[in-house]
Design a protein around this ligand. Structure first.
Ligand SMILES: Nc1ncnc2c1ncn2[C@@H]1O[C@H](COP(=O)(O)OP(=O)(O)OP(=O)(O)O)[C@@H](O)[C@H]1O
Ligand SMILES: [Mg+2]
Length: 252
């Protein structure tokens, strides 16, 4: 579980996050939703330690890593898997080298152990036999899956994904959602995903935080996200063209 307490983030005079308080649950898909510029990426960056909040506290299973030593923080990095927006694979490395990268950086494992883990992760995301290809030889959806394989290689307790479906067609998006859902439940990870994909919201949103203008305006789940009486949430949801799947979901 990740607990976020009284998080503020300021850029000069601009407050990107205003007093965010939330809990992201273990073994569940936790979604951060909200329109462009609402603060999703800033919040995710604060959680994973890429950005320092102006004030507030973030606890990983009750542990505050901001007060840890450098050595402890390196160990902590092993516990985190991150899939950045746009996959962010290293173009000059093969898929095998990309997936093995965190193991090279963070572990003392032998080549044999690293290769075994790499092959397991590639197989888990359905990319077996792509070891010696380069990212430029993969489709967008395959790149995302390779990035997920790299994120899960160090057996993380926490998995973070920023817009994993951006730029993908609806069918491939569903495949990525199912993969992230499966991994989260199989490995009991605390998974946080930033998205504005409504299909994702109603399919895998087990815990949903809605951000607007840097404020946490609503928290709930896929069962009540379409039927809440929160006007701000509804203005976000119903501003989007509703897909067939969502219309059917509403009718139920
Ligand atoms: N490094 C920065 N310096 C100044 N302002 C920033 C910085 N990073 C983000 N912001 C501002 O913070 C606000 C929130 O940005 P953020 O990237 O978190 O939005 P988002 O919800 O992730 O949007 P999107 O859906 O487009 O990815 C925006 O107004 C953005 O301009
Ligand atoms: Mg973003």
């Amino acid at each position: 579980m990740i607990t976020v307490k009284n998080i503020y983030k300021k850029f000069d005079d601009f407050e990107a996050l205003k007093d965010i308080n939330s809990q992201f649950e273990k073994g569940k898909i936790n979604l951060i939703i909200g329109k462009s510029g609402s603060g999703k990426t800033v919040l995710l960056k604060c959680i994973i330690g890429l950005m320092k909040p102006t004030s507030g506290q973030i606890l990983f299973d009750n542990r505050d890593f901001s007060i840890f030593s450098e050595k402890e923080q390196k160990k902590m990095k092993m516990e985190m898997g991150v899939v950045f927006q746009g996959a962010a694979l290293f173009d000059s490395l093969t898929i095998q080298e990309n997936v093995m990268f965190p193991l090279d950086m963070l572990t003392e494992q032998s080549m044999e152990e690293k290769l075994e883990r790499t092959n397991y992760c590639l197989q888990r995301v359905g990319l077996e036999n792509t070891n010696h290809l380069y990212p430029s030889e993969l489709s967008g959806g395959m790149k995302k899956r390779a990035a997920i394989a790299r994120a899960i290689a160090p057996k993380p307790k926490y998995l973070f994904c920023d817009e994993p479906n951006s730029g993908l067609d609806p069918k491939t998006s569903i495949m990525i959602d199912e993969l992230l859902f499966g991994i989260t439940h199989e490995f009991n990870t605390t998974t946080i995903i930033n998205t504005h994909d409504l299909n994702t919201v109603i399919t895998i949103g087990e815990n949903i935080a809605y951000l607007q203008d840097g404020c946490l305006e609503w928290q709930g789940n896929k069962e009540n996200v379409l039927t809440s009486d929160n006007q701000k949430l509804n203005s976000f949801i119903y501003a989007q063209p509703l897909t067939q799947k969502i219309r059917e979901f509403i009718k139920q």
